[in-house]
Design a protein around this ligand. Structure first.
Ligand SMILES: [Ca+2]
Ligand SMILES: [Ca+2]
Ligand SMILES: [Ca+2]
Length: 1019
């Protein structure tokens, strides 16, 4: 333990050197949530700050008049200028307003269609102000049905049934809401359906649906052809036999499907045979796609015969879109003025939005597209949204808005002709959506621009409940979806009951993309809480990442992921649910730390059994799991080790009922790597704490030579035998680590001081080499998606810049991490780390560390030097390249040598040969024309680049040599072909992250008390 304290002191000294830098305020330093000390999170939204506007217009839907000037509350317009109903001065919209204020407390019944453009200095606002009206204006997609329209009429199908309320409308509502007599917000009525199911079991919303019989479902036996299209035949004589054919055909069937995903979808009933008890309908992807499986569940909707209980409505639609609305009110009374009938699918429909902020408004009652069975691409209205942005050339911010009873809150896509530097969706509340909640999607721009159509995305401090209960064909109802921005910050969001995944993020570039080089990507996902995700589909995670990071996923809470799949349930093996707390779904370079995965049930025979805390699909690499707490699941971690390069350290696995580490081919990649022996020496299992885990079936380590599911001791022996660079695995105990309601380790428990201090570098653009020297290895952990990253299932096979370590090099403890020997020591005399021949790599990847070309360059190192002279890293070509090392006086020197011009050199003003660790970062910023040397977080020397150097080729033809003649300990080395600016960061931020970042604290933001305790929380 003396070693540990010594290391801690040295690290503290290192951090103190950067104390000045640590004062800076970076967005990831705040939790953006209330952190509860026992291991939970609560919503903590920031207060609304009314926008400053110099020339606003005022809109009062109830009392306004479009002929007035709109420039004061007293002369307010009725309509917004983009409303197709606007007239006169409102329609003319003269005088270049910079904001539109909707009167608080007023319901605005209309939509905005068109373009809004401000400038970064003078954005355009859509808002309500506390100074005018009460609360937020409600932008409504519905019309209030006038009291005079209601009449009582015979049932439209069944003359013997009780009479229904009817109103003729000149539009087609697909959603209808009722204002309660005693006041309060309107609540949804149900489109006529059978059976008359309710969500009586919150863990299984479809428990009252009917089940298909589907004999021999795995064959084509239950299929048919209607009008030339092959489709499914749903078989259920006991229920379907009761209906005449005309009561079924033309209605909708909502059905589960399989094998996996299974999200219920609406499909048109194209034929029916009551004699055989069947209906014919197309699959999720049309035709006879996917499988309808025995015990998949379904219900029928949207036929007049199904209108048979209070709270149901049905609309008899004529070809022109008008028709008659029929309904039973819950208490049978006259609806009077209490019915809201949805009319508009999209409320703010902005074909282009540039420098626009939407704030402090409420949105409700969007109208689903009439053809509920339509694929999303059939009509833009299928994915109707409260706010739809189809592109733009400036920032878009949506904050402090309330969304309820809508299809989707924000749908924003920026295409190839757009560039949105910032998209923010912050401090909003979303209640009940049909489809997703938020969809923000960028594209990678073509050519050499190397930019994404969205720069940065913020999704912060939002509250979401009941998301995605009625999804759309060909797409899934995941709640917070972000794709392909350059950088992402997603934090403080509280999600409860989502029918798809809660958080669903794609970074880097898509699978199968062979054309794009992605110079930079960074996602920060923290302090989010997702509870009861995957209520409507399965084989996903509550919190999911895809493709390429770095992803920093920390201090999140994922509770009770659902993913129940009825057709496959009942096997008694813990798989009744296929839902995971955290899912790296073909995802690379993730750091998961201080996260909590909390199951509510792990009885393998129960339909409530929470499946797995962590799941990884395809042989992913460069994923790290540090100090997480997984409690009460069937499975701890599923992963295919085919690609290696993975660390599990400091985690707590508590009350795992089936297997802790299921590390073998997963179902997604079982066929892809049968022959390969995983690179076990790149895998680390260290200092985890296991309690109440199955003694005989602790883990499986595929191809380790000890096949099958092993007890703890044999798993550890297998890890050791195959040469895992860290193989202590951890400590197994039967004693509980927590008391009943807290995840803080109990005093004296095994978790105390048993965790790890990891080192997690801050993202740099175009990183081409990243070496941590753990256990004396030269393993390269860089992640940079180039054209070579074409197929996600084979990313792990791409060549890497692993350094070959010469005989006799000594592994030492180092300072950046405390759980393994994390540095190498170079003794007196020449000791080098020659790079292997990397010609193949150069041809394939173009990211050989010597091949800097005309790019910017960062060389970053953590080392402790004891004597002057010697190179930390150098390219061996005397005519071009770079070198970082110590001069004869013991100062740090960095030399940058472009081919042709003289070399540029910077030298630290003071020696660093004090035997203490130092962080050194040298930056060649070609664009700024400057070479800067940073020592322990501060600039200590800089030099302008001569004009002929700025664009000159600096590629070296020789080797990369590490540690030549160097005497000291090298703990970390990284080479990136980018500047700090190109990496969207500063030295202050990088230093604050690496030496005072959240991985050096616990879930609650506390510094460790002595060594770090295992799991998310420090005692
Ligand atoms: Ca009914
Ligand atoms: Ca401790
Ligand atoms: Ca290290």
């Amino acid at each position: 333990m003396r070693f540990m304290h010594d290391q801690t002191r040295r690290l503290l000294a290192l951090a103190l050197l950067g104390a000045a830098a640590a004062h800076a305020d970076f967005a990831w330093q705040k939790p953006h949530a209330e952190v509860l000390p026992k291991g939970d999170l609560a919503l903590a939204q920031e207060p609304f700050e009314p926008p400053a506007m110099s020339n606003p217009r005022y809109i009062d839907f109830d009392g306004g008049d479009d002929s007035r000037d709109g420039s004061s509350p007293a002369t307010a317009w009725k309509h917004h200028p983009l409303d197709p109903e606007a007239q006169g001065a409102a329609k003319a919209n003269e005088g270049n307003p910079d904001g539109y204020v909707f009167k608080g407390g007023i319901t605005y019944r209309g939509c905005l269609v068109g373009t809004l453009a401000g400038t970064p200095e003078r954005p355009v606002h859509l808002t309500s102000l506390p100074s005018w009206g009460r609360g937020k204006a409600l932008i409504s997609g519905a019309e209030a049905v006038p009291a005079r329209k209601w009449r009582k009429v015979p049932h439209p199908r069944n003359p013997d049934a009780e009479q229904v309320w009817a109103a003729d409308l000149d539009f087609s509502p697909r959603a209808v809401f009722l204002r309660p007599a005693k006041g309060g917000p309107a609540v949804p009525l149900r489109l006529a359906r059978t059976p008359n199911w309710k969500v009586s079991n919150p863990e299984d919303p479809r428990s009252e649906w009917w089940e298909w019989q589907q004999p021999e479902w795995w064959t084509d036996r239950n299929k048919t052809t209607v009008n030339g299209t092959k489709m499914h035949l749903g078989v259920d004589p006991a229920h379907l036999g009761a209906f005449p054919r005309e009561d079924l055909v033309g209605g909708l069937v909502w059905s589960e499907w399989g094998i996996v995903m299974g999200q219920p979808f609406a499909s048109l009933i194209e034929d029916a045979d009551p004699g055989r008890g069947t209906v014919a309908f197309q699959g999720f992807w049309n035709g006879d796609s996917e499988k309808i499986i025995a015990r998949n569940r379904y219900y029928l909707e949207d036929r007049p015969a199904f209108l048979d209980e209070p709270g149901e409505f049905w609309f008899d639609r004529k070809p022109d879109g008008s028709g008659t609305l029929y309904l039973y009110t819950p208490d049978g009374s006259n609806p009077r003025q209490s019915v809201e009938a949805a009319r508009r699918p999209t409320l703010f429909d902005l074909t282009s939005a540039s420098n626009v902020r939407v704030s402090n408004l409420a949105f409700a009652f969007t109208n689903p597209y009439w053809h509920l069975e339509a694929p999303f691409f059939q009509n833009d209205a299928v994915l109707g949204a409260a706010i739809h942005v189809a592109g733009g050339s400036g920032s878009v911010v949506v904050d402090h808005c309330d969304f309820s009873d809508i299809n989707q809150a924000l749908r924003l896509k920026a295409g190839e002709s757009d560039y949105l530097p910032l998209v923010a969706f912050n401090d909003n509340s979303i209640l009940r959506t049909d489809h997703t909640a938020v969809g923000i999607e960028a594209v990678l721009l073509p050519g050499n621009d190397r930019r994404n159509s969205i720069g940065h995305v913020d999704v912060m401090r939002n509250s979401l409940r009941e998301i995605g209960a009625r999804g759309t064909r060909f797409t899934f109802t995941h709640a917070l979806c972000v794709s392909w921005p350059e950088t992402l910050h997603l934090a403080g969001n509280m999600l409860t009951r989502t029918y798809g995944a809660g958080i669903f993020v794609f970074m880097g570039k898509p699978d199968k993309d062979k054309t794009h080089d992605v110079p930079f990507s960074r996602a920060i996902i923290h302090h989010n809480r997702v509870e009861a995700a995957l209520l409507g589909n399965n084989d996903w995670g509550a919190i999911e990442t895809w493709q390429g990071g770095p992803y920093y996923v920390f201090d999140n809470v994922s509770v009770n992921p659902n993913g129940y799949w009825n057709w496959a349930a009942g096997k008694g093996d813990g798989t009744d649910r296929l839902g995971f707390a955290y899912y790296l779904d073909g995802s690379f370079k993730n750091y998961l730390f201080n996260n909590i995965a909390l199951g509510l049930n792990n009885d393998l025979a129960s339909p409530l059994c929470n499946n797995a805390a962590f799941y990884q699909a395809v042989p992913s690499v460069c994923n790290h799991f540090y100090n997480n707490t997984a409690h009460r699941f069937a499975v701890g971690s599923n992963w295919s080790p085919a690609g290696g390069r993975q660390i599990f350290a400091g985690n707590v696995f508590s009350d795992i009922s089936k297997i802790v580490f299921s590390h073998g081919p997963q179902k997604e990649d079982a066929d892809e790597n049968k022959a390969d022996r995983p690179p076990f020496d790149t895998i680390g299992y260290a200092r985890n704490v296991f309690t109440q885990t199955p003694p005989e079936s602790f883990g499986a380590l595929e191809k380790s030579g000890d096949p099958g599911v092993l007890p703890f001791d044999r798993f550890r022996a297998a890890a050791r035998a195959v040469g895992a660079f860290a193989s202590d695995v951890g400590v197994a105990t039967d004693a509980p680590l927590f008391d009943g309601d807290s995840l803080v380790p109990l005093p004296g428990s095994t978790a105390i001081d048993a965790g790890v201090r990891p080192f997690i570098p801050w993202a740099l653009g175009r990183t081409v080499g990243e070496w941590h020297f753990r256990a004396g290895s030269g393993l390269d952990e860089h992640w940079y998606m180039t054209e070579a990253h074409a197929d996600r299932s084979t990313y792990y096979k791409l060549p890497r810049n692993d350094l070959s370590i010469p005989e006799g090099t000594v592994a030492v403890n180092g300072v950046t991490e405390d759980w393994c020997q994390t540095a190498v020591r170079f003794a007196a005399g020449p000791a080098t780390l020659p790079a292997p021949a990397t010609e193949v790599l150069q041809a394939v990847c173009g990211d050989k560390p010597q091949s800097v070309g005309t790019a910017s360059l960062i060389v970053e190192a953590v080392f402790a030097a004891s004597e002057p002279n010697g190179m930390v890293v150098t390219t061996s070509d005397p005519d071009a390249g770079y070198a970082m090392g110590l001069n004869a006086a013991g100062h740090v020197a960095f030399r940058f040598n472009a081919r042709g011009p003289a070399a540029t050199t910077v030298v630290s003003p003071a020696p660093v040969t004090d035997g203490r660790p130092h962080h050194v970062l040298a930056e060649v910023d070609r664009k700024a024309g400057r070479l800067t040397l940073f020592l322990d977080g501060s600039p200590v020397a800089s030099q302008d680049l001569a004009p002929d150097v700025r664009a000159a080729n600096a590629s070296s033809s020789g080797e990369l040599l590490v540690g030549r003649d160097f005497r000291g300990e090298l703990d970390f080395l990284r080479i990136a072909f980018s500047s700090l600016a190109e990496s969207r960061t500063t030295i202050e931020e990088l230093f604050a992250w690496e030496f005072d970042g959240p991985f050096l604290r616990d879930f609650a933001g506390r510094r460790p008390n002595g060594p770090r305790d295992a799991g998310a929380l420090e005692r």
